[in-house]
Design a protein around this ligand. Structure first.
Ligand code: B12
Length: 211
């Protein structure tokens, strides 16, 4: 008996208490954090996404579901990042300006940390200038840009151009991600990599670091 569907339904209902209780239970029952994440939390958010698109759910419901998802992720985070290994590199992550979606970016952050990467998360609604300053200050090996909106996607080539203009482009590899993106778009805007989910993001990051 698993409680994945209970978790997914509780995410959909925005029932944070049940998400937390059932996630704890699933951990105690010996399920892996990745399994709980994919079959429980992400399955619930997928359902939310579909019904939001269909017009059956509205922003307030999506927001409450997002909070429930974040609460579940908090419990899984220590398990996903527990194994301490030598850092394969430093990553700066951020959601581009005008965009407030951060669940996917946060997952990418957790999974990268789980793989040992040092992650500096600049948060959401991050301007081109803030990305540039952070690259100068922290000298990361990788930059990860997230965008969930077709209206904010065009920020990505602008950021990449600004990095190029500043003469920093060959110091940092750039990965992009977010639901409306694809491999072709990533190539078109001159990014080094694209990943459609957080597991592939880790593989891609390692590949770019030649690990
Ligand atoms: C939750 C959500 C919200 C929440 C966000 C809460 C939060 N803290 O993030 C709230 C309610 C705030 C919201 C607001 C809006 N939203 Co919204 N939202 C969603 C929803 C339902 C789920 C997104 C999500 O979290 N998915 C779960 C995560 C795990 O998946 P993910 O984000 O795709 O991330 C994975 C990959 O993409 C990848 N990835 C992500 N980032 C990165 C970065 C890197 C570097 C890499 C390598 C990989 C990577 O890895 C992640 C993990 O596996 C989507 C629907 C959908 N199907 O995406 C709509 C959606 C993105 N939203 C949409 C819209 C329209 C809006 C609003 C404009 C609505 C409005 N009228 O106000 C506002 C915009 C606010 C703003 N300025 O940003 C549209 C976008 C349509 C479009 N084509 O642009 C969508 C697609 C829904 C739809 N079909 O209509 N939203």
């Amino acid at each position: 008996m698993n409680n994945f569907s209970t978790i997914a339904n509780a995410i959909y209902d925005g029932d944070q208490n049940t998400v937390v209780a059932q996630t704890k239970l699933a951990i105690e029952e010996g399920n892996t954090a990745l399994e709980i994440l994919e079959k429980g939390l992400m399955a619930g958010m997928d359902h939310v996404g579909k019904d939001f698109k269909a017009g059956d759910l509205f922003i307030p419901e999506v927001l409450v579901a997002s909070r429930a998802m974040q609460a579940g992720m908090e419990l899984l985070k220590p398990l996903l990042v527990s194994q301490k290994i030598k850092s394969p590199g430093k990553v700066i992550l951020g959601t581009v300006k005008g965009d407030l979606h951060d669940i996917g970016k946060n997952l990418v952050s957790i999974m990268l940390q789980g793989a040992g990467f040092e992650v500096i998360d600049l948060g959401v609604d991050v301007s081109k200038e803030t990305f540039l300053d952070a690259i100068v200050t922290h000298k990361p090996d990788l930059l990860g840009l997230s965008s969930l909106l077709t209206t904010t996607m065009p920020q990505m080539p602008e950021i990449i151009d600004a990095i190029q203009q500043a003469g920093l482009r060959d110091q940092v590899k750039i990965m992009v991600g977010g639901a409306p993106l694809n491999e072709k778009y990533a190539q078109t805007i001159g990014a080094d990599g694209y990943a459609q989910n957080s597991s592939i993001a880790v593989e891609k990051a390692k590949e770019l670091m030649s690990i």
